[in-house]
Design a protein around this ligand. Structure first.
Ligand SMILES: *Cc1c(COP(=O)(O)O)cnc(C)c1O
Length: 352
């Protein structure tokens, strides 16, 4: 604390990221990183970009990466906004679109950064409860709002909404912005990017952190109609002209050019997820249906917190949320490599 702080800083409640422990030989299944490295093509692109040009500023518009994303998704590059991780994209879009007289709506169990941005930008919000089975019912999101945001698949539940539900919401809710945060969409969902041309109030956010193994480089993007992107560019250019460095731009382009490696990586994780769900179920866990690179699981005979610490003693780190109370019995377990998943199961067998 310091008397030199601006007044509002005293009241901020910052986001708490999952820990990045320094211990060696950990089975780290707590922050939904990809367990596999970026493909050789991406490593090579970073090596090639590591040259004299690093003394020069990067392209402030990261045009090459916008074009690679546009090609991949069959859209125009004027429909792409880039940021230093999708967290920065989210921060900019909260500031750009959600400072409204009416409250922003998002699920009560969801990505906890949404609340933090509301605090930072003084945005009024209403947390809409998930149903009993942790499903997200968009019918519960009424017209009286200053905007709507939700992850699909949701985090930390992993539950996926069909595209038809999102389209039905867009048909009803035409006067405020709808943001779909698709951090995990590549692990089994259908992207709402397909709807962007039809709905001027739809913005879809994605990241290269999860399905593209690049959490360490910080690349995220939003897709929407050009006037939405133009608003975001105004915010970005009032904040930081160069959110993406040269190495990130090069790696991002290479990632979108190596479709085979990307599909392979996603497929491996989806297959491992299905085996892990089966193994957890055999051990007495209830596992929510997941379309993400993590599962959300609870065991009738054991407290979530006790299990998490029993695993930690054996070098396996998973994520446990103490609040809200409804999710305290659950563990969120990122899908690891096959070896990591086996280590998790061995540690669970000890703990149970
Ligand atoms: C991981 C995650 C993000 C942030 O991803 P970055 O691009 O690494 O900042 C955003 N939203 C959700 C729901 C996430 O799980």
């Amino acid at each position: 604390m310091s008397k030199f702080w601006s007044e509002f800083v005293h009241h901020l409640e910052p986001y708490v990221p999952g820990e990045q422990p320094k211990m060696a030989r950990l089975v780290k299944l707590n922050t939904n990183e990809n367990p596999y490295p970026p493909p050789p093509s991406v490593m090579q692109a970073i090596a090639d970009a590591t040259n004299d040009a690093l003394r020069l500023y990067p392209d402030p518009d990261a045009t090459a990466l916008k074009e690679a994303i546009a090609r991949h998704h069959g859209i125009s590059s004027a429909q792409v906004f880039l940021g230093n991780g999708s967290d920065e994209v989210l921060a900019h879009l909260f500031m750009c679109f959600f400072r409204q007289p009416k409250p922003l709506l998002f699920p009560d169990i969801s990505y906890s950064f949404y609340k933090v941005y509301c605090g930072l930008y003084d945005i009024d919000y209403r947390a809409v409860p998930l149903r009993e089975d942790f499903s997200l019912a968009l019918a519960d999101y009424d017209a009286n709002n200053g905007g709507i945001i939700f992850p699909n698949p949701n985090a930390p539940t992993g539950r996926l909404l069909p595209l038809a539900d999102i389209q039905a919401l867009l048909e009803r809710n035409t006067e405020t912005l709808v943001v779909v945060d698709e951090a995990y969409i590549d692990f089994g969902g259908e992207s709402a990017i397909a709807l962007v041309d039809r709905y001027p109030n739809l913005l879809v956010v994605q990241t290269l952190s999860k399905s593209r193994s690049l959490a360490g480089l910080r690349i995220g993007f939003a897709v929407g109609q050009a006037p939405l992107i133009e608003g975001l560019e105004r915010i970005k250019n009032s904040f930081n002209s160069y959110p993406l460095d040269r190495l990130a731009i090069a790696a991002g382009v290479a990632s979108f050019e190596d479709q085979a490696a990307f599909e392979d990586n996603c497929r491996r994780i989806i297959d491992s997820r299905e085996s892990l769900v089966q193994a957890l179920t055999q051990r007495g866990f209830s596992v929510l249906p997941s379309a993400a690179n993590f599962v959300f699981a609870t065991h009738a005979g054991h407290e979530g917190e006790a299990l998490a610490s029993a695993l930690r003693e054996q070098g396996v780190i998973v994520r446990h949320f103490k609040t809200p109370a409804r999710i305290a019995p659950y563990l969120r377990i990122s899908i690891g490599t096959e070896e990591q998943n086996e280590a998790l199961l061995a540690a669970l067998d000890q703990a149970l």
